[in-house]
Design a binder for this molecule. Sequence first.
Ligand code: ATP
Length: 362
Amino acid sequence: MSTISLRQVTKRFDKLIAVDAVDLDVGAGEVVCLLGPSGCGKTTTLRMIAGLEAATAGDVLVGGERVNELSPSQRNIAMVFQFYALYPSLTVRENLAFPLAAERIGRDEITRRVQAVAATLELTHVLDRIPGRLAEGEKQRVAVGRAIIRDPSCFLFDEPLSRLDVELRQQMRGKIKEVLSGLSKATVIVTHDQLEALTMADRIAVMRDGRIEQVATPHEIFAKPANLFVASFIGTPQMNLLPAVCRGIENGLIRFGVDAQEVSLPMEPALARLAAGAKVTLGVRPRAFDLAREPSAGTLSAVADLIEPMGAETLVHMLEGERDIRVVVDRTRRVRPGERLHMRPKPGQIHVFDATGGRVSA
Ligand code: ATP
């Protein structure tokens, strides 16, 4: 079975703990993206799976076997880097065939595999060109082709699309996902691009300071971030995080004071542990507000300040005192700077985090 597991894997560089007791399971056919800010330990984690970096502690398992002591080639893992590392003087055909040269594979079989991989990645028409005469997207596909041609036990990608322009990235995200979905291999992709992770991953592991903060499906990471870090890291524009104080429960509603205003949510069992006076943070995504001209119970009022057109939508910065609340509205919704408006969080779209930053709401 093609699986990858990390058990309490740690990497220290002198005093720096780059990866801190990470646990992760990637199933056969599953794509897991390691996502997080620069320096959080994504690449180091990937390099420990590949065998390019030795773990200071913990177990790296591939196909259920501990591989800590095996060399990269013994692990039979294919890795695609940000820099494609193609042989400049070899044609695409020769580049694709190269990983097979070390294995005892007959000429006819090599030809068959090169043709099959070229067809899958739409490279048939460039098989006789050298990399210098390829477009960026084609080079990237040759690099992917070289990884899949060998039938490795699993795949690792390190920022595979970072050198491509926006349009090509979009195409390649789809292409890589399509190719991987036919291969039933465990795959780990490192990226700092959340769109890449949200579109390519079956599950995303969000990392910070060497630790995994949450592992879940893209939908769950977005809809139910486990803590304030994940909430603020995922989603653009960023989620609004409003410091608030729990004011108690009344008539099936739980009330929160936000500055001098108040919002209330339908009570749910998960919120029962909040006592009156508890300090919390309310998270509301910019698209999770309805804007009204008239106030009503449970709306937050503020004045429209900066208005940023974003194409089909408009980002409005609503100011109340020191607080800047970002609201995204359809571009057809006219908002004038200086206008006082009332923001009603859409039902079920307020995230509640406790004083330690952990998620309280279900
Ligand atoms: P980026 O997105 O910028 O590539 P990353 O999340 O992949 O970041 P890593 O490259 O894994 O992060 O680095 C994690 C931490 O370990 C960083 O603080 C980095 O400076 C440090 N680090 C990485 N490699 C080494 C090394 N060989 N020696 C010393 N420190 C290192």
